[in-house]
Write a protein that binds this ligand. Structure first.
Ligand SMILES: [Zn+2]
Length: 377
């Protein structure tokens, strides 16, 4: 069946292309066939016409960073008191009591709010998460999270064939993984031409642990028998990630709050992408990333909700709204939408399917909510 979708406006997200007024998109077999104005495409079209009305449509959204395993912790964690309070509280929670009902709710929330793909970190249940996401119809990269001091016996990435997604590997962070583990994880992702993800420069504790080897969080880890022989490298997180060879064009560095101008330049030169999680940073109380400097740097910038242990919901438009409301200086609708469409498509390796509305791509749209569009009027 061939269908024509009509909308008042379409933000195709093709670089430098203007928003199409009175737009039409012709779709068959789930693939976009033509994109243009209604007046150009309608006269020669025969098939079903669906008028979406007075809305701006955009490509389906990509959430570059979430932890769906923690869906059952919605509303249960302590906000606004800094990383140590947050993580101590988190470690008392039933982190690994996966709840398929809450998981289904979280995935449904993503789908209802325009998300079509997620880059999801799985600490313990990667194959289960991939299976659930596959069944849900959401596309995905499930990042198997490397954590701790020991290298796995075979590979980080379990075998599994999925129609809607892939599995790759992430390092949890510079301060919770041995450097050998991080380098091995990155090496495995690179060998398979897969994206690699790592939480980087998220909070002051991380900076203290790396530069001085001192932090209440490090003491917590050591009291649990972890990182007993940890030696601080004596340099800042971005510098250490670069020294370990973790930053390149297939790396997605998540958070990047505690960074200097020189470190932004290190990331830019590496070609790595950055995922900002503004509401998670605010929730935990770690401060705010230098968004404006990241944007000015030209780095491929993405947005993620992070988990429901550090956010109120998984609605990417709410993430975008928060960024726009708190941004200093100019942030255009195109730039904002790029961070949840074509930019994450690039780092996730799915630019052939998602990220823009153009012929040959998957026919998946989001509708930009009025609460977002009115900030630009
Ligand atoms: Zn995270």
């Amino acid at each position: 069946m061939t269908e024509l979708f009509r909308a008042a406006k379409a933000a195709t997200m093709i670089p430098d292309a203007p928003v199409i007024i009175d737009a039409a998109i012709i779709v068959s077999q789930g693939i976009i066939r033509e994109v243009g104005t209604y007046s150009d495409l309608a006269p020669s079209f025969s098939g079903t016409v669906t008028d979406l009305g007075d809305v701006i449509i955009a490509p389906g959204l990509i959430n570059a960073h979430s932890h769906l395993e923690l869906a059952h912790l919605r509303g249960k964690c302590i906000p606004g008191q800094g990383f140590v309070v947050w993580v101590e509280d988190l470690m008392k929670q039933p982190i690994f009591d996966l709840d398929d009902g809450e998981l289904a709710c979280a995935i449904d929330e993503m789908k209802r709010t325009g998300t079509v793909m997620v880059g999801d970190i799985a600490t313990r249940f990667a194959k289960h998460m991939a299976g659930v996401l596959e069944a849900s119809g959401l596309s995905f990269v499930v990042f198997v999270e490397a954590l701790g001091e020991a290298l796995p016996k075979k590979t980080f990435i379990p075998a599994g064939e999925y129609g809607n997604g892939i599995m790759s590997v992430a390092g949890h962070s510079l301060y919770t993984c041995h450097r050998d583990v991080l380098q091995a994880a990155k090496k495995e992702a690179s060998a398979r031409a897969l994206p690699f993800s790592i939480h980087l420069a998220e909070h002051d504790e991380e900076v203290s642990i790396l530069t001085k080897g001192k932090s209440p969080f490090l003491e917590i880890l050591r009291s649990r028998g972890r990182l007993l022989d940890y030696e601080p490298p004596g340099i800042h997180p971005v510098q250490q990630a670069a020294r370990l060879g973790l930053l390149d064009e297939t790396t997605l560095a998540v958070h990047c709050v505690k960074v200097s101008d020189a470190e932004i330049e290190i990331v830019r030169q590496s070609g790595a992408s950055v995922c900002l999680c503004p509401r998670s940073n605010e929730f935990i109380g770690v401060g705010r990333a230098p968004w404006e400097k990241w944007l000015a740097s030209g780095v491929n910038l993405c947005l993620g909700t992070d988990s429901l242990a550090s956010n109120h919901d998984l609605d990417l438009f709410n993430e975008a709204l928060y960024l726009k409301e708190n941004f200093t200086g100019e942030l255009t609708l195109d730039t904002l939408l790029a961070m949840i469409t074509r930019n994450p498509a690039r780092i996730m390796g799915v630019s052939d399917k998602f990220g823009t509305l153009e012929p040959g791509k998957q026919a998946v749209f989001s509708t930009v909510p009025e609460k977002v569009t009115e900030l630009f009027s």
